[in-house]
Design a protein around this ligand. Structure first.
Ligand SMILES: C[S@@+](CC[C@H](N)C(=O)[O-])C[C@H]1O[C@@H](n2cnc3c(N)ncnc32)[C@H](O)[C@@H]1O
Length: 247
């Protein structure tokens, strides 16, 4: 049974769904990915290597998991997370507070982190603003992936790097079968147990199935203006990290 919404209703559906699961989002992510989601985000941030005094933007930031990782690279910089779901950013707020307090007591000077409300398809920032752009598990949820990649390109400065972390499907037939069983049969029950919301975790595998393959996504980035686009598969091919640059 497909629970994917019609295209015209997708943005509202997605915003409401994340608002419902926001309080348990981080916990479910850690458990469902066997704790691999943070190392994947670390990989993304090291792939774009933000400048120490730079300006970074994380799109579809949710609870802001990328922000402390970006800010750790940027002691004199600022990392901004943008999302159209306020409850997700609200759920992540204590995490940002804790990060800046721990940083201060450990005499590490953390970069500034901030949340901003906004739509990935119409970012509330001027052209050529950011040195670094990241996005994780958000492109599956936007109504127009090409337009979102182009918006990222618009707000990126010439010389900026961008990285996109998203789900993929393992190439090896056996792994692919195991991954499909886990994602489609087990994950919805983990979601139900930990967040009380089975449908949100049925949407996850179904939206992943409908998502472009890594080579197709790479071409969509190129079409949006990104250059030197490459990608790397992690987690036995269950996720892909695409990287590009704006010249
Ligand atoms: C699966 S969560 C990912 C959160 C975070 N990036 C992470 O790595 O865990 C997807 C996020 O994208 C946001 N999102 C989806 N479509 C969006 C849009 N058009 N504009 C802004 N945020 C959007 C959702 O609200 C949600 O918080």
């Amino acid at each position: 049974m497909s629970i994917l919404p019609p295209q015209a209703e997708k943005a509202t559906y997605v915003e409401r769904m994340f608002a419902r699961i926001a309080p348990s989002y981080d916990r479910v992510n850690r458990i469902m990915t066997f704790g691999l989601d943070q190392p994947w985000r670390q990989y993304v941030v090291s792939a774009v290597a933000p400048p120490v005094n730079g300006c970074a933007l994380d799109i579809g930031t949710g609870t802001g998991d990328f922000l402390p990782l970006l800010a750790a690279w940027m002691p004199d910089g600022i990392a901004v997370g943008v999302d159209f779901c306020v409850p997700m950013m609200h759920a992540g707020w204590p995490k940002l507070q804790m990060y800046s307090n721990v940083g201060r007591t450990a005499s590490i000077r953390p970069g500034v982190t901030a949340f901003a409300g906004g739509d990935a398809l119409q970012l509330p920032f001027p052209d050529n603003t950011f040195d670094t752009i990241t996005t994780g598990f958000a492109m599956r949820n936007v109504t127009n992936i090409g337009a979102a990649f182009h918006e990222m390109w618009r707000v990126a400065r010439p010389g900026a790097c961008m990285a996109c972390l998203e789900v993929a499907r393992p190439q090896n037939p056996l792994l692919r079968l195991g991954h499909q069983f886990y994602f489609e049969q087990i994950v919805p029950w983990i979601g139900l147990l930990l967040s009380g919301d089975r449908s949100a975790y049925m949407y996850l595998p179904q939206s992943a199935r409908a998502f472009p393959t890594p080579p197709v996504l790479a071409q969509m980035m190129r079409d949006a203006g990104w250059e030197y686009v490459t990608y790397k598969l992690l987690g036995m091919g269950s996720v892909a990290v695409h990287v590009g640059a704006k010249l």
